[in-house]
Design a protein around this ligand. Structure first.
Ligand code: UDP
Length: 314
């Protein structure tokens, strides 16, 4: 049996990845310190005898008392307000956490998979962003703690690959959404859905002309699985190239949720990227992957999840 370690396995993406790996008959060892992860995301897995949860902060030394075939490092605060509140933990998990989990993979002779991010491109000057673009990142701005930790992580992964001959993969994840996001993690998808369901105004930052491209979680996980099982050591963008402005996105939410909410403009956060769209040529050509879930369908499933959360909590 293939054994896969997933760090951040109780988080939004990590828990969907645990589901997928279990469905592929892996044994899954989920590590999480639960600072932004949520036990509810893995509650349905605890009785599965191929699933093991270990409460651990991977910024500290990681020891696993059994053989391991894959180490997938997904642990990190991942929303701008999370990394504003947890700047040191964000830096540590992206740097020390990457080092520790690489050490684990090396000791076990395992394959290593890093969850990187479109944030390595910063506020991009090239559009759309191919993997060959080096980025435009402010190291000392508020987002620097996340962006630079992930950039350092990528450099560390390539060093282990080149120097130690470790089998490594790097995915650069573009804005992904779906069930199990935290309603108030500050990211735009949960923020707008939560606000619309509560009948509150949708807080559009700036004039809403900045763009993002939203990928449904099932599409992302399919891309991750294909990359894991490929032989590609270079970074690969996974995201949905369907780009829209944040104002268009707010209106799309208001069309899907019948709500008295209106749009309220708020100050634009520092260093908020003006545009973002993945160039997915590499994923198309090398993995035969492209996103399949249309925005409306993905959003409907996500809205359903948030509706249910509200009935449970009231
Ligand atoms: N945004 C917004 N209102 C919110 C939350 C976010 O207008 O309540 C904007 C934010 O300024 C950014 C975009 O939505 O331009 C995406 O933000 P998010 O935090 O989801 O992720 P990012 O892509 O910036 O990492």
């Amino acid at each position: 049996m293939t054994t896969s370690v997933v760090t951040g396995g109780a988080g939004f993406l990590g828990s969907h990845l645990c589901d997928r790996l279990l469905a592929e008959s892996h044994r899954v060892i989920c590590l999480d310190n639960l600072i932004t992860g949520n036990p509810a995301n893995i509650q349905h897995l605890v009785d599965n005898d191929r699933f093991r949860f270990i409460h651990h902060d991977v910024s500290n030394f990681v020891d696993i008392d059994e053989p391991v075939d894959n180490v997938l490092h997904f642990a990190s605060p991942a929303s701008p307000i999370d990394y504003l509140e947890l700047p040191i933990q964000t830096l540590k998990v992206g740097s020390l956490g990457t080092h520790n989990t690489l050490g684990l993979a090396k000791a076990k002779g395992a394959r290593y998979f890093l969850a990187s991010t479109s944030e390595v491109y910063g506020d991009p000057l090239i559009h759309p962003q191919p993997e060959s673009y080096w980025g435009n990142v402010n190291p000392v701005g508020p987002r620097g703690v996340y962006d630079e930790a992930k950039r350092f992580g990528e450099a560390m992964v390539m060093a282990y690959h080149r120097y130690h001959g470790l089998e490594t993969r790097i995915v650069r994840i573009f804005n992904t959404y779906g069930p199990r996001m935290r309603p108030r993690d500050g990211r735009v998808v949960p923020a707008f859905i939560d606000q619309a369901l509560a009948g509150q105004d949708l807080t559009v930052f700036g004039d809403g002309s900045q763009t993002r491209s939203f990928c449904y979680v099932d599409d992302l996980v399919e891309g991750i699985y294909r990359l894991l099982t490929s032989d590609i050591n270079e970074p690969v963008n996974i995201g949905n190239p369907a780009e829209m402005t944040i104002l268009q996105f707010a209106n799309a939410i208001l069309e899907l949720i019948e709500s008295p909410s209106e749009i309220a403009f708020r100050e634009l956060p520092v260093d908020d990227p003006k545009t973002r769209q993945p160039d997915i040529t590499r994923a198309r050509e090398l993995l035969g992957w492209e996103p399949k879930v249309p925005l409306e369908k993905g959003l409907s499933a996500t809205i359903e999840y948030f509706r249910e959360l509200r009935t449970v909590s009231t």
